[in-house]
Design a protein around this ligand. Structure first.
Ligand SMILES: Cc1cc2nc3c(=O)[nH]c(=O)nc-3n(C[C@H](O)[C@H](O)[C@H](O)COP(=O)(O)OP(=O)(O)OC[C@H]3O[C@@H](n4cnc5c(N)ncnc54)[C@H](O)[C@@H]3O)c2cc1C
Length: 377
């Protein structure tokens, strides 16, 4: 039997914890490094919930990857006995002719996804929480819901450890040095040699790899939690929800049924600056847009937030993540720039990272995200 490959996972956050699990499950000798500890809230994860949806409104090419992720979400839950995801549905609302509505319907038609289309009357009757506008329609993606980000990362990391992975906590990697027969990982404690490295440092990608040939724009994202003014607001079935226009926003009922978390889209996020010095103070003027959205679309939410948190995320120009070898370093597999939609796909990306690190190629349809021949700046 050939000796197992030694693989470093640099950054054991959303993608790194899944990569560690998938690599360890395939018998690789895995060593993970994180500047904090798995499940922390200093990067792109945190805030208790992330949306999972099957009908992608960005691009229907993600659907096969979502289906692979779906299988792996189930597998991780089965292997660990933890509830990482709850399928409560996801309601996409907005003008009928909006391009995201069209892409969702395209994803649904192409892949036969479980859904319901609701017209204005049906929407108003079934989800009175939302103020509907003329010309609005909605699609309820049934195989959708929420994921628990902190629990997921800790569960995937622990599962990787059970399968033999070693994770160095509070150990920032300072440098990744490609060498003739592999790669060297340098930390303050010294240097270790590996056959391959998977780099999943999320919003720190430009700090660790300052010569990256693509722009990954690191943004500062605010999550804001609001409490309804009526006890009936959550109703019997309140799915996660997304409003496409005029201002793209999304919401997630908190799992304890007390509040609802609202978030905004890319255009409304300020640059994060240095990820090691993120400004976590939310200024009152940054809340105006949330207040406006509540007044217009969810008037029975109290516009005084009960909790505010700030996170970071890396966006590529096209919003398509970067997945593949680092230019000039074929033993380094990069996963970065998840552009606000990576969590739901993370088990699939972890598996693809394992394919690339162990076999140099992946059978998954991931070419449209590849770092090879990538032309965008
Ligand atoms: C507010 C918000 C809401 C979102 N909502 C959704 C949603 O509803 N659905 C969805 O699918 N996606 C959503 N996303 C996107 C998703 O959360 C991200 O795409 C995903 O978490 C990115 O994962 P990552 O592994 O790249 O980064 P991270 O999870 O931040 O992981 C990076 C890890 O690298 C570590 N690290 C950094 N530098 C070093 C170093 N030098 N050495 C060692 N370790 C290092 C960090 O400590 C961290 O643990 C949202 C993102 C945000 C911020």
């Amino acid at each position: 039997m050939p000796a197992s490959k030694r693989v470093a996972v640099v950054g054991v956050g959303t993608m790194g914890s899944q990569a560690a699990w998938r690599l360890a499950a395939r018998g690789a000798e895995v060593v993970g490094y994180d500047r904090f500890a798995p499940g922390h809230d200093r990067g792109a994860a945190g805030g208790e919930t992330r949306i999972f949806r099957s009908a992608h409104f960005e691009d229907s090419r993600y659907v096969p990857l979502l289906q692979h992720a779906d299988t792996l979400w189930e597998r991780l839950q089965e292997e660990t006995g933890r509830e990482l995801r709850r399928l409560t549905g996801c309601l996409l609302m907005g003008p009928t002719e909006h391009h995201q509505m069209a892409t969702v319907l395209e994803s649904i038609a192409e892949h036969g996804l479980d859904h319901e289309v609701l017209d204005v009357d049906a929407l108003a009757k079934r989800f009175p929480q939302f103020r509907i506008e003329d010309g609005d329609a909605a699609v309820l993606d049934r195989h959708a819901g929420f994921i628990r980000p902190e629990l997921t990362i800790q569960t995937a990391a622990r599962r990787a450890e059970e399968l033999g992975a070693v994770i160095h906590r509070y150990t920032p990697v300072r440098e990744i040095v490609p060498v003739a027969n592999g790669v060297e990982i340098r930390t303050d404690a010294g240097s270790e040699h590996f056959d391959t490295a998977v780099v999943t440092v999320g919003p720190w990608v430009n700090n660790l790899l300052p010569d990256l040939p693509w722009e990954v724009d690191i943004r500062r994202l605010i999550s804001a939690w609001y409490v309804p003014t009526t006890d009936t607001w959550f109703g019997e079935e309140l799915p996660a929800f997304i409003r496409t226009a005029p201002t793209h926003c999304y919401g997630l009922p908190s799992p304890d049924g007390v509040s609802v978390k609202l978030g905004l889209s890319r255009a409304l996020h300020r640059p994060a600056g240095d990820p090691n010095h993120l400004d976590r103070t939310v200024e009152p003027e940054e809340l105006e847009i949330f207040t406006e959205l509540i007044g217009r679309h969810m008037p029975d939410l109290n516009p005084d937030p009960v909790r505010l948190s700030v996170y970071m995320e890396g966006y590529t120009e096209s919003s398509r993540p970067l997945v593949g070898p680092l230019p000039g370093a074929e033993n380094v597999v990069l996963l970065a720039g998840f552009s606000g939609h990576g969590f739901k796909l993370s088990p699939a990306f972890g598996d693809i990272a394992a394919d690339l690190a162990l076999d140099g190629t992946s059978p998954r349809p991931v070419d449209f995200l590849s770092t090879l021949d990538r032309t965008e700046a």
